[in-house]
Design a protein around this ligand. Sequence first.
Ligand code: HEM
Length: 437
Amino acid sequence: MALPQLGAWVLDELPRLNQGILRDEVAPSVLVDALHEVVLPHLPLPDRLSVPEAQQLVVNLGFVGASVGRHYQERTPGGKDTPERAFEGLEAGTGQIPFQRYFAALADHTGTGHDHRDSYASLVRWNVGTVEVRLGEQTVVSMPGVFSDGRTRTYTGTSGEEHFFALVKKGEAVEKAVNDLLEPLADPETCWACPEPMARVRTAITLLGTLRQLFLDFAALPPEHSMPPEHFMDVFRQFAVHWTPGDIPPSGALDIEGLKRDFLLGIAIPDYASHVRKLFPGLLTEERAILEELMVQPTLPQRVATSLGVDLEKLPDADPADLRRLVAAHPVLILWYDILTAHAKAAGSHLMLSKKFLFKPQRQRDAEGIGDHALVSNRSGTTGMTETYLERLTRARRDHVLAPLHRAVAEVGEGTPLHAVRSDMREIPPVGVLLVT
Ligand code: HEM
């Protein structure tokens, strides 16, 4: 098959076959035979492809690999322990290259450091069309995909999967808008109480509100406009199988903009950097480099505190009157308190989503004796994060370094002189988050 035909096959035929196999109406061998006979044999050698073609093929063959892997593991006793065996005998291209070797060469040819399996980047960022974040008339983020067909590839052709991929890409785009505003503030020359840096923080606070709203809106949608939890648990997540033991399956945990924000704003989890490093194989080269850099730098709240001469270590035990005086002397701290709070609230809403779509229904299944899936457990995320760990992350974001200012900041009501530091908020134009192609 030539590349355009393969693209059409992955969009339309693969989901049909997956549906049939999952309903036991089609044998998994029908999929493997189609791959052998029609889909894979005539693919060009990876180094004959342009980079965009290689990226498109990584997305398309990512869905193929996930499908072959899932059906093999689901139907083969002990298959979960031997994931590579799913691909035995499957060859791609005129050179009859073993599938996983072909996929690895393809991933390498993109020059992005993409993993030798499907990933967050391929399923979400490359797969979904362009997402734009607008502030009034101005587009502040434009995050393209690698296709221009306006379609989103899925495992089973259901709108729920499209909605889910679009939600995650929209979330990432909003987070990028936040990070783009905050990152330049790491400049040692930043004048924290000057209008421009303060305007950046105010806009970032608004955008974090948008992110939170995105999560809340998705949770409030009727199932036909979001994704029914049963589909998420029983169908969608079960495609996030290992391709080799110990590799990193796709996960929201690989959302680079979310990871960056934690390092920019700080998170009180002692082993956080080593936790993030474990996810590195699932990220792209550029993303790993950005994180390595951020991990060893002071966070923005630390930089603000140093520049204002505030000892963050002393805040938890400080006298309330001293904290009030501190806030009065440096009203910009109110903005930094607000942004850390907005960050924590967004995390709280994401935690709610994870509970609604995964942890609560699984607890219910456990209580009813239904149990768990043998393939991809619904008792934890695909990279192994448990509900307790997500709660711990959310708590750590809530217990941020400026949290001790809580009462002093709460007293800054509307109409009080210090409130002016927040007042430009009203001038921020409405935020739009759109999937434009
Ligand atoms: C219905 C929607 C969602 C559900 C059910 C959900 C569920 C989960 C689960 C179960 C985990 C643990 C993952 C693991 O073990 O690897 C997780 C982590 C994560 N997800 Fe989501 N997620 C959703 C939407 C999103 C969106 C839209 C974003 C991006 C804006 C996102 C970003 C993250 C991040 C950054 C993590 C890492 C944990 C953290 O930083 O708190 N998720 N999510």
